[in-house]
Design a protein around this ligand. Structure first.
Ligand code: EPU
Length: 441
């Protein structure tokens, strides 16, 4: 999915105005496979225009589903004609969340063959808890040439009790998908509590599923044989909202972030307020402004309702602009500091030791050619580029486009000077030098 496109940002402009948040990536990538469990067509609304959605829809089509675009952000998905239960390497490798097709196909057919997932390169990310849950439900699992082959006995999947060894979003959602049509009751303990887990459960319940406790650490799923069609709107993206909130603060702007659920933003709001950012909350919007000094702070990322790991790189970029020493402890993901080298190219002073980063806030950053190494790293570089003096060019923006709908359009509407450019052959340094010269004129 690599493209030769780059973002070119002339930094230093204050963001002002309003931005509309799209549907949540981490909810929709499970809800789309979940339509395989429906015995009737479904209408899904508030679908974000991101490449992870394109891949999910492509996989549904490859499996034999009818996917119809109904208008902005809305699709009708009819999976009744699906016969295949195989997701090949070519499709699955493009997106880590392709693992949700395992749970959904297993729940629908009692068997599936899905390639080991690809996606954001965030270090070693096992799926042992997913397979542990499938096995507890009665499935047999073999790994053959990179394909996970999952089958059940004649009796099909049987409700059971599952205790996860770590809090995992993916395994919690995958177990819900597999168990929703199993025989009897499945109880998941030590479940993850993220808003997208509640959203997946609400979607399935709107089809007639019987899922209780989503959003707590114990989820009970009573298996249901028939799931009817539904019309369902995906929740707003908590992380996209947080990213625009931080971008507004980093540029000392004043932005109304619309179509959000403020409750989902509590931990982000609390950290940003500690940093000195003003946040006003409304029913479905928050206004962010930052005209005073940005203050150093210490943060630890945790599973929901803690501060999300998916906001860690963006908040680091903001803390580079604060005065004083901040500390960030990564409590969820492995290797989530890969972006630090790129921020250093922009003048950031960050030292990383294992899961801890110490940021010496210098109050400013300078533009540089940089590379997005994963989705949220890319978002952090966007924020840094918006706040920096001079020009920043960001390479490998396909990472950003996996999870942010029209980021350059939304930022431009807020007053940012940002362009998406295709650079077929030329090295980034040459282009960067050229633009910097023009800029200086
Ligand atoms: N883990 C295991 N075994 C498993 C599953 C997870 O050891 O079977 C570990 C992971 O290695 C990790 C921790 O448990 O250290 C949490 O992993 P989790 O399963 O919660 O993460 P995930 O499902 O792979 C989702 C999001 C990520 C987000 C994490 C944490 C999707 C598609 N992805 O990943 O989103 O960082 O939860 O909240 O929902 C992103 O949006 O940028 C992104 C990477």
């Amino acid at each position: 999915m690599k493209t030769p496109k780059k973002f070119v940002i002339r930094g230093g402009r204050t963001l002002h105005g309003e931005v509309e948040i799209s549907g949540a990536k981490n909810a929709v990538v499970a809800i789309l496979p979940a339509t395989l469990l429906s015995d009737e067509p479904c209408i899904i609304e508030n679908v974000p225009e991101i490449s992870d959605v394109e891949i999910s829809l492509r996989i549904l089509r490859e499996l034999g589903a009818e996917v119809t675009y109904m208008g902005p952000h809305t699709y009708r998905i009819d999976t009744r004609s699906v016969q295949s239960s195989t997701v090949p390497y070519e499709s699955a490798r493009r997106m880590r969340a392709s693992y949700y097709f395992m749970g959904a196909l297993l729940g629908r057919f009692g068997h599936c063959r899905v390639s080991m997932p690809g996606g954001c390169p965030l270090g070693d990310r096992p799926i042992d808890q997913h397979t542990k849950a499938f096995k507890k439900l009665g499935a047999k699992i073999r790994l053959e040439q990179g394909m996970v082959d999952i089958t059940t006995t004649e009796n099909g999947l049987q409700g059971t009790q599952i205790f996860f060894d770590c809090v995992t979003v993916g395994a919690t959602m995958n177990t819900i998908l597999a168990a929703v049509k199993a025989d009897g009751m499945t109880i998941i303990e030590n479940a993850a509590k993220e808003p997208h887990i509640v959203d997946l459960a609400s979607f399935l319940n709107s089809m007639g599923a019987d899922i209780m406790g989503a959003g707590t650490d114990t989820i009970k799923i009573r298996g249901t044989k028939y799931l009817r069609g539904t019309s369902y709107a995906v929740i707003p993206d908590q992380i996209e909202a947080g990213t625009y909130m931080v971008a507004a603060a980093a540029t000392r702007g004043n932005v109304l972030v619309k179509n959000v659920i403020p409750k989902h933003l509590e931990s982000i709001i609390s950290v940003m307020e500690k940093i000195g950012v003003k946040i006003e909350q409304f029913d479905d919007a928050v206004r962010v402004s930052a005209d005073g000094p940005l203050v150093k702070t210490s943060i630890k990322t945790r599973p929901h309702p803690g501060f999300p790991t998916d906001m860690q790189p963006q908040i680091s970029a903001l803390l580079c602009l604060a005065e004083g020493t901040s500390m960030i402890k990564e409590g969820v993901s492995e290797q989530r500091f890969q972006y630090v080298d790129e921020l250093r190219r922009m003048g950031a002073d960050i030292q990383v030791d294992g899961k801890v980063a110490v940021i010496e806030g210098t109050g400013h950053l300078t533009g540089a050619p940089v590379k997005a190494c994963d989705l949220r790293a890319g978002a952090a570089l966007m924020i840094a580029g918006l706040a920096a003096s001079g020009v920043t060019t960001i390479e490998d923006i396909y990472h950003i486009e996996r999870g942010y709908a029209d980021m350059e359009g939304k930022l431009r509407a807020l007053g940012a000077c940002i362009e998406k450019k295709t650079f077929p052959q030329d090295p980034v340094h040459h282009e960067h030098a050229q633009i910097t010269r023009q800029d200086a004129v």
